[in-house]
Design a protein around this ligand. Structure first.
Ligand SMILES: [Zn+2]
Length: 274
């Protein structure tokens, strides 16, 4: 078949973006970096728009994976991308497809006034974030190295969290006190399991003078059997590292009282593309 004369009218990249993690953070099976490190971002097609309006697909994460593959073809495996990059990619896709301005509703912590604010997505994309997981936590002879969670891990955790929230919400409807207690303790156990799972996933390796342990089963076993002080030190460090590497909060100025405050930009994908 000859080449489609309409091919020249297909979508073209609307913007180019650098990932917050920089160039070379992922292997070529995950991201194929162009020479200059700038990933082309195409506007959404009709099929992509259907994906971002599918609640089940958004919930499972599959919709965003399809849309990312379509709009940022340099990304070969969106599931393996870490969360901060995913957020930047989603912001870039919206900026490439729709308006670069977005309206958000924010409540001033000083005067409690709720107002609408226009935010510029290009500015958010330009905000420099340094992802740095190279520093290790040293505890005695041990050296703990961390890593950011992938989109797949984040999404699985979010689905588990949702199930826990649902279990909590349904607790009031249980009339039998013994049954209720059983559900309470089961739910608490599930929360502990999830918190522990997230922590273990965030540990890349633990180095001893003899060996470097990367096996998550071994790390899991260590976390369950080390003293609580060590466990807490690792947990706190992991949380602090995640916060340091997270998307910078938006700087807000209240329209009513001029109070300066910050607000984190929480991307709810269902509303984000509406
Ligand atoms: Zn105010």
């Amino acid at each position: 078949m000859s080449e489609n004369p309409l091919k020249h009218y297909f979508r073209t990249p609307a913007i180019y973006m650098t990932l917050p993690s920089g160039v070379g953070f992922y292997p070529p099976t995950v991201v194929e970096y162009p020479e200059n490190g700038q990933l082309p971002v195409f506007p959404m097609t009709n099929t992509d728009e259907i994906h971002v309006r599918n609640p089940d697909g958004l919930f499972s994460g599959q919709s965003m994976v399809e849309v990312i593959k379509s709009c940022v073809p340099a990304i070969k495996n969106p599931w393996a991308i870490c969360n901060i990059d995913i957020e930047a990619i989603v912001v870039a896709i919206r900026a490439a497809s729709m308006d670069t301005d977005m309206e958000i509703v924010s409540t001033c912590p000083a005067c409690k006034e709720e107002s609408k604010y226009g935010i510029n997505l290009t500015n958010i994309l330009a905000e420099k974030v340094n992802i740095d997981y190279s520093k290790t936590l040293d505890i005695g002879e041990l050296s703990v190295k961390f890593r950011p969670l992938t989109y797949k891990e984040m999404n699985e955790n979010a689905i588990k969290q949702f199930a826990i929230q649902r279990a909590f919400a349904s607790m009031d409807t249980i009339a039998d006190e013994a049954q209720k207690q059983k559900v309470v303790s089961e739910t608490i156990e599930k929360i502990n399991e999830l918190t522990n799972r997230i922590l273990v996933s965030s540990i890349e390796s633990i180095k001893t003078p003899e060996a470097t342990v990367t096996d998550s089963t071994f790390i899991d076993e260590f976390m369950a059997n080390c003293d609580s002080k060590t466990n807490k030190t690792i947990k706190d460090y992991s949380i602090a590292l995640k916060e340091k590497n997270d998307t910078k909060p938006l700087k807000m100025k209240c329209v009513s009282c001029s109070h300066d405050y910050t607000q984190s930009l929480i991307l709810n994908y269902a509303d984000f593309f509406a």
